[in-house]
Design a protein around this ligand. Structure first.
Ligand code: F6P
Length: 475
């Protein structure tokens, strides 16, 4: 790239070469600081002269430089650079330095004139809680403060979309995010606010979508981060289509969010459910019993499949593979004949038999209620096994324990990866997306591409093949 001018500015502690590049746009440059126009170079130079020599303190230098270090950008074209310049403008204003107006390449001014350059970021957690929510909130906050310093303000929306509808929010400070990496649940509270009700005006006469938009405006948010599962992402997409700046973060112990290979909370739940299966083994063996353990997961069986394999279950029943109770009984009897005095069955909450799989949800639900054995299949499976095989059978439901407590190390790392990535998206103002992990890389999907879809165990899933190879019955 042709270089027209090199100026070197020296202070007693550092030397700053300023390389002015002439010629066209879009040359890929690497530099600690990249300024899109010559006018900026002059201001930048002036800044150093005015601020570092008479006024400077080491602290000011460090603060200033932190905004710029390691920027790699396309010459003249990058929002990140403009964002940095806005911050720089704010910091240099007291020194009387006048900067050229900042414009996007298309000529649109990137921010309205005004004294504040603060960015206000809302965060909410919605749907069922899970380990890793706080770790993700912390990841977002720490990365935002680290990247954008004093220009960031975080607003916590309480109890998910319920808080957004009702205007329940609070200003947060850096201290609020300390010590929560290991904390289970969510410091913001959560609630299930079904997506299908968002457009429905109920008895309280509240137009929920209008109310959410109003809270967003009242809280002066620049963007809103929605941590949640499939339902949360559907509402996030709705809000995005309504013009709000939304970023989704994928949480759920079910691991069933479309477009991401993994969600935070899942691996902790796998550890908990595996521990349950381990513990059930010893009591099942001692009593020569069949034990049916109901694992969470209504639509997707990932948690049952992973914990079933990790815990050495003998039979695994999943929502994706309807079971035949005779085959389940055969598997128990085969084990008994081979000398095993007990069997462990991992049953997904959403498991259903072949007959039910051909019915509408309403129909099989009505049948289950009528039978008086609960709305999940587990108790019925246990009763039938006992009747058909004569083996004493018990049910164990760990339930919400699978969502409780501290996140495992994997989820802490994942939460931090997702959180810090979301902070980057905020910084570059990339909205209408959900953070995801694809092929071991953190990335983002457009909300509209993933909302309303579920990631079930696919046909030909490798772990299903592994289970079969291991002689595990899938019913
Ligand atoms: O979505 C997570 C999950 O734990 C599912 O596995 C389970 O079916 C459901 O939530 C239970 O929901 P709730 O906490 O509302 O009873």
């Amino acid at each position: 790239t042709p270089t027209s001018r090199v100026r070197v500015y020296r202070t007693t502690t550092m030397q700053i070469p300023i390389i002015q590049v002439s010629g066209g746009r879009c040359s890929l440059l690497t530099g600690d600081i990249i300024l899109p126009r010559a006018g900026f170079v002059n201001c930048f130079f002036e800044f150093f002269q005015k601020s570092l020599v008479p006024h400077s303190t080491a602290r000011r230098q460090a603060k200033f430089c932190s905004f710029f270090v390691l920027t790699l950008a396309f010459f003249g074209n990058t929002l990140i650079v403009l964002q940095h310049l806005l911050t720089m403008q704010a910091h240099t204003a007291p020194l009387g330095i006048r900067w050229p107006p900042l414009h996007l390449p298309g000529g649109r001014q990137i921010r309205k004139e005004g004294p504040t350059l603060k960015k206000r970021v809302g965060i909410l957690t919605s749907g069922g809680d899970c380990p890793g929510l706080n770790a993700t909130i912390r990841g977002v906050a720490k990365a935002l403060y680290a990247r954008m310093g004093d220009s960031i303000e975080i607003v916590g929306i309480l109890n998910g979309y319920h808080g957004l509808i009702n205007g329940d929010y609070k200003e947060m400070c850096e201290d609020d995010f300390r010590g929560i990496l290991t904390l289970g649940g969510t410091i913001l509270g959560t609630k299930r606010t079904p997506f299908k009700m968002m457009r429905v005006v109920e008895e309280d006469k509240i137009d929920k979508v209008a109310a959410m938009k109003k809270t967003y405006k009242d809280a002066k948010l620049d963007c809103l981060l929605c941590l949640g599962g499939n339902g949360t992402h559907k509402t996030a997409n709705l809000l995005s289509q309504e013009g709000l700046n939304i970023i989704g973060l994928p949480k759920t112990i079910d691991n069933d969010i479309y477009g991401t290979d993994v969600t935070f909370g899942f691996h902790t739940a796998v550890d908990i459910a595996t521990d349950v299966i381990d513990r059930i083994h010893t009591t099942a063996g001692s009593h020569s019993r069949v034990m049916c353990i109901e694992i969470m997961g209504n639509k997707a069986g990932w948690l049952t499949l992973y914990s079933g394999i990790a815990g050495g279950a003998d039979i695994i029943l999943l929502p994706e593979l309807p079971y035949d109770i005779d085959r389940v009984c055969d598997a128990v009897e085969r084990r008994a004949k081979k000398g095993s005095n007990f069997s462990i069955i991992a049953v997904a909450e959403g498991a259903m038999n072949c007959e039910e799989s051909r019915m509408k949800r309403k129909e099989w639900m009505a049948k289950r209620i009528e039978s008086g054995m609960g709305t999940t299949a587990t108790s019925r499976i246990a009763a039938t096994i006992q009747k058909k095989t004569g083996m004493e059978t018990r049910v164990c439901i760990p339930g919400h324990m699978q969502r409780g407590g501290s996140p495992c190390a994997y989820d802490r790392v994942l939460a931090t990866q997702f959180g810090s990535y979301a902070a980057k998206l905020v910084e570059i103002e990339r909205y209408g997306v959900a953070v995801a992990m694809v092929n071991h890389h953190v990335t983002e999907n457009r909300l509209e591409d993933i909302a309303g879809k579920t990631r079930n165990i696919p046909e030909g899933c490798e772990l299903i093949t592994v289970a079969r190879r291991m002689g595990i019955s899938l019913g």
